[in-house]
Design a protein around this ligand. Structure first.
Ligand SMILES: *Cc1c(COP(=O)(O)O)cnc(C)c1O
Length: 496
């Protein structure tokens, strides 16, 4: 067995790098008389690291390089849409007129911001086919919570209070049962059929007058578009239920099909996935919610509207309006405005044709990878996929697991795919390449996975002990969760 191990980096803390008497900053001589600091505030012993400016810069630069990022390499993390975030989005969000405004400013002084929010609402309506949009929710799961609160409020407003169940297919994202459970609804799981669609017979059997609705992730977490989508929606509507669309996977549909046209009643967007605003460690999310006309009155308040029509000479006055039967506020102030500026920029830069090309290329890239990999890895639901697909992280004649394959991928310089999700595929590897990757990158990734499948048969130990080339080796994930250490350095105890 070739040993590909390299020595592990042991990163010293700033305290360990500290050298007595070294200073990082020299303050100018004060031009006012020195005052004595109050004794009560001074501590006799306050161990602080003593370093020069360059020591500190190098320490943090080194640490920052341990992070994997979209800007650093291919990041096929299924369901997360880790596409490239264009830097012009950042430039726009940092324009002083956007960055230095306060949410409590009088509306007359922030008309540009409100115009941007209003236009973004309009664009999201046009893209999704919904009648109204709120930009308040802070992330996808928060949008789901907003949507299910609206669904329940809709039933209650009609005096229909016996509806307490939410139907959720087993191919849904985990946040769907979480957000329905959070408002106290009972979750009824609907199985998938052999082609990865919602099982229609099971859905029909579960639909009755106790059902609030169905939460449908489409394309689902297998990366598959439900082949009976209109029938699924009809069955739920026939029993008086509503259909929630988990729109986190909109990257596959942009400009091709509109969930509102398919009959969905309410849906969230993930601006931080589909519209390239940074996520993960990169910043807060944004999960706007779109509603069909019959649910528009229940949207959280306030939403941005035109409060005074303009004419040829004067522009309209934008302000906040309160939907008539609003579920109330779901977020302080008006949502994550900086993310709205980034998503607005992304949409403006692409235009309608560009957005359609995003979806086409996302789907093409996923199908290209699927075609290259289906001979090396088993694909349990093998049909044309949307923007992602799920393979089994197993290799015939080897006992390696999905986790071993993922860890070994890190040695080849790639971020692993999503592991062990969705739950309906054993040893799931969920792969989402996104549209921003070139054929060369996709080929390099496929080559690595194919080589790893070979290694699994010939040198399984290499996988089981991977990664070997990263600054830190295989983590003990159970211990990490049970024995959480959030502080890596503590001053030595005196006298111990
Ligand atoms: C990411 C995702 C969510 C949750 O979105 P967050 O912004 O992470 O809360 C919900 N559903 C699906 C299908 C997703 O991919």
């Amino acid at each position: 067995m070739t040993d590909e191990r390299t020595p592990k980096v042991v990163e010293p803390t700033l305290f360990e790098l500290s050298s007595p008497g070294r200073v990082g900053v020299t303050f100018p001589e004060p031009d006012v008389p020195r005052a004595k600091l109050p004794e009560s505030l001074l501590r006799a012993e306050l161990p602080l690291p003593e370093l020069s400016e360059v020591d500190v810069i190098r320490h943090y630069m080194r640490l920052s390089r341990f992070n994997y990022s979209v800007d650093g390499g291919f990041y096929p993390l299924g369901s997360c849409t880790m596409k490239y975030n264009p830097k012009i989005n950042e430039d726009m969000a940092r324009l002083p007129g956007f960055a230095f405004t306060h949410p409590l400013q009088p509306i007359e002084t922030v008309q540009g911001n409100l115009a941007l929010m209003y236009t973004l609402q309009q664009w999201l309506k046009e893209i999704s086919g919904f009648a109204a949009v709120t930009l308040q929710p802070a992330a996808g799961a928060h949008g789901e919570l907003t949507g299910v609160l609206m669904m329940r409020a809709y039933h209650h407003a009609r005096g229909d209070t016996k509806r307490t169940k939410m139907l959720i297919p087993d191919s849904a994202h985990g946040t769907n049962p979480a957000s329905s459970g959070m408002i106290g609804l009972q979750i009824v799981q609907i199985p998938s059929d052999r082609r990865g669609n919602v099982d229609l017979a099971a859905l029909k059997a579960a639909c009755d007058e106790t059902v609030v609705g169905l939460m449908l992730t489409n394309p689902n977490t297998l990366g598959l578009f439900d082949e009976h989508i209109e029938e699924v929606i009809q069955i739920v509507h026939d029993c008086g239920g509503l259909v929630y669309g988990d729109g986190a996977n909109l990257n596959a549909l942009l400009g091709i099909v509109r969930p509102g046209d398919l009959g969905f009643d309410v849906m969230h967007f993930n601006l931080h996935k589909t519209f390239s605003t940074p996520h993960g460690g990169g910043g807060p999310g944004s999960g706007p919610v779109g509603a069909a006309a019959h649910l528009a009155d229940f949207l959280p308040s306030p939403i941005v509207g035109i409060v005074e029509e303009g004419d040829d000479e004067t522009p309209p006055l934008y302000g906040f309006i309160e939907p008539k039967q609003s579920i109330g506020r779901v977020k302080a102030f008006h949502g994550h405005f900086g993310m709205m500026v980034r998503a607005f920029t992304y949409i403006a830069m692409h235009g309608a044709d560009g957005l359609r090309a995003v979806a086409e290329n996302a789907v093409l890239n996923a199908n290209y990878l699927l075609a290259r990999l289906r001979h090396a890895y088993h694909i349990p639901y093998d049909r044309i996929c949307m923007h992602e697909f799920v393979a089994e992280g197993k290799v015939e004649g080897s006992d390696v697991r999905a986790l071993d394959i993922s860890k070994r991928l890190m040695d080849y310089g790639f971020h692993p795919p999503t592991n062990y999700f969705p739950l309906i595929v054993h040893e799931a590897l969920m792969i989402e390449p996104t549209e921003t990757e070139s054929k060369q990158t996709l080929d390099a990734f496929a080559d690595a996975l194919i080589r790893i499948a070979e290694e699994a048969k010939t040198q399984p130990e290499l996988l089981k002990s991977a990664p070997h080339k990263t600054p830190f080796g295989r983590m003990d994930e159970v211990k990490a969760a049970r024995d959480l250490v959030l502080c890596c350095w503590l001053p030595e105890e005196k006298g111990s």
